[in-house]
Ligand binder design. Structure first.
Ligand SMILES: [Zn+2]
Length: 292
């Protein structure tokens, strides 16, 4: 993940000034705390169907633990599939719509922390112990965003947008499903009765009591699958012979929850998402995928 500095905000901000549903809101400008943004997301969840969804997930989690009483089930995952509908955002929290378009990574963080706050409140109400934030997997989508030409990414311009963008293009290749490890649960085999949670690695952690490497509950590993898509941007298809320019497909990652249609090579798709940097790659992370 990378931070977005003030200069970059200005350059992407120009693109969204024309979106009619979005109004200026000082609360999201620099100088206001992340905490304040979390509160706005939390309030939005309370005012929509999202709160019921979160409560239902926590109730299932607690019921499962009361059923089994196994200590490792205290570290079970809470998977929240949260659809943020653009119409609801425009009506109830236009400042959030602006945030998700300008800074989707910051929005994703805010969703995670706000959901975690609501999960903790619900656990308290049910008289259950608090959970680790690593157990919470907030799979959010932005649904119903209308196509807007200002947000269309043009690879010919040689500059990656930092906000939410659209890519329209032809699916030229995709990988078989690949596996993403969301979390793993571990126990100490030396009789310490300790459990541990790992979120981004499958390496054995060391026991906090005896410092020996722990063993994994293989059956409790939480996985998700994704595919990498190669999408040839529509602009390169329209002008295949620009001199001094070699067109390459854009690599995009589609996690399972971001689409529910069949992928067809050669078909025209509209992707919404954002570019993310990791130590290994600079990829387009898909928020939503649909046919054109
Ligand atoms: Zn131990």
């Amino acid at each position: 993940m990378f931070n977005v500095n003030a200069d970059n905000q200005q350059s992407t901000g120009n693109n969204v000034n024309n979106l009619s549903a979005i109004q200026e809101d000082e609360t999201l400008h620099q100088g206001h705390s992340q905490f304040h943004v979390h509160k706005i997301v939390e309030q939005f969840c309370r005012n929509t169907h999202l709160l019921k969804l979160i409560e239902g997930c926590v109730q299932k989690f607690v019921a499962h633990y009361q059923d089994t009483k196994r200590p490792e089930d205290l570290l079970a995952p809470l998977q929240l599939r949260l659809d943020f509908v653009v119409g609801d955002l425009a009506k109830r929290a236009p400042q959030l719509l602006k945030l998700v378009i300008r800074e989707p990574i910051q929005f994703a963080e805010a969703v995670k922390y706000a959901a975690f706050g609501l999960v903790r409140q619900q656990l308290r109400l049910l008289g259950h112990k608090p959970v680790d934030i690593g157990q919470l997997h907030a799979q959010w989508r932005l649904v119903g965003l209308q196509f807007h030409p200002n947000l269309l990414f043009d690879p010919g311009q040689q500059s990656f947008p930092l906000g939410l963008s659209f890519i329209q293009g032809i699916l030229s290749a995709y990988t078989p499903p690949e596996t993403l490890v969301l979390q793993t649960i571990w126990f100490c085999g030396s009789g310490c009765l300790r459990n541990a949670l790992q979120t981004s690695s499958t390496d054995a952690p060391l026991c906090s009591n005896c410092s020996r490497p722990m063993s994994e509950y293989q059956k409790l590993r939480v996985l998700e699958s994704y595919r990498l898509l190669a999408v040839l941007s529509i602009s390169s298809v329209q002008s295949p012979r620009t001199s001094g320019c070699i067109h390459r497909a854009i690599l995009a990652r589609a996690r399972d929850h971001t689409y529910d249609l069949d992928l067809k090579l050669g078909a025209d798709y509209l992707l919404s998402g954002y570019f993310t940097a990791s130590s290994a790659a600079f990829n387009f992370e898909i928020c939503h995928l649909r046919r054109v």
